[in-house]
Design a protein around this ligand. Structure first.
Ligand code: ADP
Ligand code: MG
Length: 266
């Protein structure tokens, strides 16, 4: 472990990139990106469409080729076995509009337990217990026998969230987790993230709802494949940078002890 892999308090960083670059086709989508994610905190990534947020998450889970260095829990990503990585970091992909998935909700959640299953061992009692816990946490247990493609967008998203939780990883990456969720389930998600943080987990979420994003401990502002600013929730300079990357079409204002993003209609 090098000095650069530690957070301010000396803990090993959950994730770090040094000079991360990712190309898609001929285009450089991420450029020389230096990122530090502290453990046991919730970090929200915000930025316009096409900023490279999803690409960043995909590079962090090792499913896209990259230049530069990625460290997962203080060690180079490429030096860790696929199984170890899959136990340490779980990823919820940005939801696709269509899914031809005819697996049941329960079987989908069980896919989250693959990192724990041996070649011949099959599913253990611990795997079933984790799947049940996860489906109950997202209030999706009632649909466990329903094929995924018979669920509504929001119901399906809750099953996919359960699949993520069933991994019981150290770090959870979530790409637009609030997509399709109704307001009560969006609030449930917020409560869930706080529970994960209380358990010492690390959460990184890409969010378009800035008012929700401003509940996170830390925020990263991305545009044009770069990190424009990283700061804590209450940092006024962070708020100005968010307004800038969204072309000042929104303004961040205080409401009680929180922040809200309101449209600017001038
Ligand atoms: P964001 O999640 O911030 O909206 P993405 O990471 O999805 O942005 O995309 C960043 C850029 O990479 C965009 O310009 C997008 O068009 C491009 N891109 C994304 N996926 C692919 C792909 N599979 N092939 C080529 N270009 C892609
Ligand atoms: Mg995206």
């Amino acid at each position: 472990m090098t000095e650069t892999n530690t957070a301010l308090n000396g803990d090993i960083l959950a994730l770090e990139t040094q000079g991360l670059g990712v190309k898609r086709g001929q285009r450089s989508v991420l450029k020389d990106l230096n990122l530090k994610i502290s453990p046991g905190r919730w970090c929200a990534i915000v930025g316009p469409n096409g900023a490279g947020k999803s690409t960043l998450l995909q590079a962090l889970v090792g499913i896209l080729p990259y230049a530069g260095d990625v460290f997962l829990l203080g060690q180079p990503l490429q030096h860790q076995s696929r199984q170890l990585r899959a136990r340490r970091i779980a990823w919820l992909a940005q939801s696709s509009v269509q899914s031809a998935d005819d697996l049941t909700a329960y079987d989908v959640v069980m896919l989250g337990r693959i990192p724990y299953q041996s070649w011949l061992g099959g599913q253990s009692l611990a795997d079933h217990a984790a799947a049940e816990r996860a489906l109950k946490l997202t209030h999706a247990w009632a649909w466990r026998d329903r094929p995924l493609n018979t669920l509504s967008g929001g119901e399906k998203q809750r099953v996919l969230l359960a699949r993520l939780l069933a991994v019981e990883a150290d770090i959870f990456l979530m790409d637009e987790p609030l997509a399709n969720l109704d307001p009560p389930h969006q609030v449930d998600w917020l409560v869930l993230v706080r529970q994960l943080i209380a358990q010492g987990k690390t959460v990184v979420s890409v969010l378009h709802d800035l008012t929700f994003a401003l509940y996170a401990d830390d925020l990263i502002v991305m545009s044009d494949g770069k990190i424009q600013y990283a700061g804590q929730r209450d940092d006024p300079a962070l708020h100005r940078e968010i307004e800038n990357v969204f072309e000042r079409r929104i303004a961040i204002q205080a409401l009680d002890t929180h922040w809200v993003a309101l449209p600017t209609l001038t």
